[in-house]
Every structure is written in structure tokens, then in C-alpha cells.
Write a protein that binds this ligand. Structure first.
Ligand code: TYM
Length: 332
């Protein structure tokens, strides 16, 4: 561990194109944290296989997410980014944690309940998902975990696993704290539910301007504003809340005044937002384009990240094995 710097860990599922919920709720914050902390980030493909998926498509999605994360500013000189399945210690530590986890707590997890309604076959992997998440974090003895509000319960669960294991085998794992601050819940185009690929309500992070406009123009605004000359209420409008991230305060204020006075229509307001999103994300889009042209470089950066992550993971796992009375790996 770098002396004096707290360690941060977070993960993202390769579950489709990155969207503004990922960017504003997590990725932007991840990048900022790399200046102040020792940061380890993972593309968690072992989590993604807990629901139905296609192997080839998964590989492509892992690559696309890696491109998006590097393009957004994660610099391998300043942090570790790796693919979870390249570090087998995640699954190994998860197995150890399985043995200290009461079954009842798993079935009460909100995300498990939500997801299990959407799949035909509920796998043990889906139930055990939070145990793997606890292993991800504790494998690196991370103390800070930047996540969105939706992950708070999984973080509390991780703390509980650490407590249970420490009580049984001796104080070893720190209890990590969530950093929800940067991770505001970003609502989707429907203005009602969390922006999420599975809800089909996303604005793509790496979309071309036309694509961004095509999605933003369908966004739900103040439902009470039916006709152009109806005054609107920016405080209940999700499009207006997105302006906070992309439009400067003076222009935002002007939009709010004109919306209340019905002198600006929703289409014009959305146009300003779409232009703002496209402009802000233009440098990221450009870097992503360059990276896609050099897939080998992307794979190399990920492989290098996995080697660095694994060096830390091995040490933790060896200590956990030792304390649990298990045999060390045969090749050491
Ligand atoms: P995932 O892949 O769903 O999301 C990655 C990160 O993006 C945040 N996020 C959002 N924040 C605000 N508004 C939204 N609409 C929105 N959509 C996504 C999430 O809160 C998250 O921070 N279980 C985790 C992945 C994971 C993990 C970990 C996280 C696996 N192991 C260890 C932290 C530590 C997940 O499914 O995130």
C-alpha cells in the first residue's frame, strides 16, 4: 500500500454501452479520486455472468467498457484498472466468505429480489453476487468505495462479512466506507427510474452528437406541461436536472425562468442539453476512437493492471488461507 494514501476500490459491470448514469454517478468521480488515493478499479465480468449472457458479446463489452474508462481519463500511471476474471483470487476469496455468510441475508438483498424477478432461472451465482462484491473490495483491503446510492446495501453487507470473518478468524479485514457523494442517482429518459441499460432509458456516454440528440429528444419533461404555452416547473423536470452537469449556471438560470414563463419549449431546452453533453464528452469520444484503433494497447494496459492487482490479491488470500487453516497453493 502506498504510505499515507488510503486505498480505493470500485467495480463496474460490463453490461452494455456506458451511459451518463455510469459517467456522472461513478466514472467522473473515479478519475478525480486517482489524484488523492491509491485507486484500484475493476471491470467485473464474473458479476456479469450471474444473469443470461453470450460469451462472445461479453468479451466485446469488456473491451468497450475498458475503452470508455481509459478514454474518460483513467491513467494506468495513476491507478490500476483490470478485468476481474484475470485475477482468480476474487473467486477464491469469495468461496471463503461463502462459509461465513448466512443464507437469509442474501435472499433479502434488494438487487437480488429485483434481478431474480427478471430471469427464468435464479442461479446460486445471482444469490451469491454480494459475496463476490465483498471479496472484490476486501481482497485489496480497500477502505473507501466510490459507488452510487444503489450500491449502499451491498457495501453494508461487505462490512458485515468483514466483521463476521474477523470475529471468527482474527482482526484482518478493514470495514470499508462507501463514498456516495459523487454518486448521485441519475434518472433515465423516463424521468422516473435509475438510468440503466436494463431499463432501456439511457443516454450513451460515447454516442455521436446525432445519437445523443436522438435519445435526449425522447426524454420525459415536466409531465404537467402538455402544451407549449403551459408554464413548466424545472424542479420536477429530469431534463432540467441534467442541465446541472452540462450547462453553465447563468444559462441554466435563464432556462429555468423561461420555462416557468413558457417562453422556451421543451424541445429547445433539450437541444441545449444535447449540445452541452456532446461538447463536454467530445474529448472522451475522440480518445475512445483512438483507443479502438489500437486494441492491442488496450489489452496490454488491462493485462498490466491485472498483474499489479494480482500481486496485492495473492498476499491477502495467502493470509486468509493461513488463518482459516487451509493449505498454501502447491506452486509456492
Ligand atoms: P454497476 O455496473 O451497475 O454500476 C457501476 C457504477 O455506476 C453507478 N451507477 C449509477 N450511479 C448513478 N446513477 C445511475 N443511474 C447509475 N447507474 C450506475 C453504480 O452505483 C456503480 O457505482 N455491483 C456493482 C459492481 C461491483 C462493485 C464491486 C462496485 C462489483 N464489485 C465492488 C464497488 C465495489 C454494480 O453492479 O455496478
Amino acid at each position: 500500500m502506498t504510505p499515507g494514501k488510503a486505498r480505493v476500490f470500485s467495480g463496474i459491470q460490463p453490461s452494455g454501452d456506458l451511459h451518463l448514469g455510469n459517467y456522472l454517478g461513478a466514472i467522473q468521480n473515479w478519475v478525480e479520486l486517482t489524484d488523492r488515493y491509491e485507486c484500484i478499479y475493476s471491470i467485473v465480468d464474473l458479476h456479469a455472468i450471474t444473469i443470461p449472457y453470450e460469451p462472445e458479446a461479453l468479451k466485446q463489452r469488456v473491451f468497450d467498457v475498458a475503452v470508455g474508462l481509459f478514454a474518460a481519463g483513467l491513467d494506468p500511471e495513476n491507478c490500476i484498472l483490470f478485468v476481474q476474471s484475470a485475477v482468480p483470487e476474487h473467486a477464491q476469496l469469495e468461496w471463503l466468505f461463502n462459509t461465513v455468510t448466512p443464507l437469509g441475508e442474501l435472499s433479502r438483498m434488494t438487487q437480488f429480489k429485483d434481478k431474480s424477478e427478471r430471469v427464468e432461472m435464479i442461479s446460486a451465482g445471482l444469490l451469491n453476487y454480494p459475496i463476490l462484491q465483498a471479496a472484490d473490495i476486501l481482497l485489496y483491503q480497500a477502505t473507501l468505495v466510490p459507488v452510487g446510492e444503489d450500491q449502499r446495501q451491498h457495501l453494508e453487507f461487505t462490512r458485515e462479512i468483514a466483521r463476521k470473518w474477523n470475529t471468527r478468524f482474527g482482526e484482518y479485514f478493514p470495514e470499508p466506507q462507501p463514498m456516495i457523494g459523487g454518486g448521485k442517482k441519475i434518472l433515465g429518459l423516463d424521468g422516473a427510474s435509475k438510468m440503466s441499460k436494463s431499463q432501456n432509458n439511457t443516454i450513451p456516454m460515447l454516442g455521436e452528437p446525432e445519437e445523443i440528440w436522438a435519445t435526449v429528444r425522447t426524454a420525459v419533461t415536466d409531465p404537467a406541461r402538455v402544451r407549449l404555452d403551459d408554464p413548466g416547473d424545472p424542479d420536477v423536470c429530469n431534463v432540467f436536472s441534467l442541465h446541472e452537469f452540462f450547462t453553465d449556471p447563468a444559462e441554466r438560470e435563464e432556462i429555468a425562468v423561461r420555462c416557468r414563463a413558457a417562453t422556451i419549449g421543451c424541445v429547445d431546452c433539450k437541444r441545449i442539453l444535447a449540445d452541452g453533453i456532446s461538447a463536454k464528452l467530445a474529448p472522451i469520444r475522440e480518445r475512445a476512437r483512438e483507443l479502438r484503433e489500437h486494441p492491442d494497447r488496450v489489452h496490454e494496459m488491462l493485462a498490466d493492471g491485472a498483474v499489479r492487482a494480482r500481486a496485492i490479491a495473492r498476499t491477502t488470500l495467502a493470509e486468509a488461507y493461513e488463518r482459516m487453516g487451509l493449505e498454501p497453493p502447491a506452486d509456492e
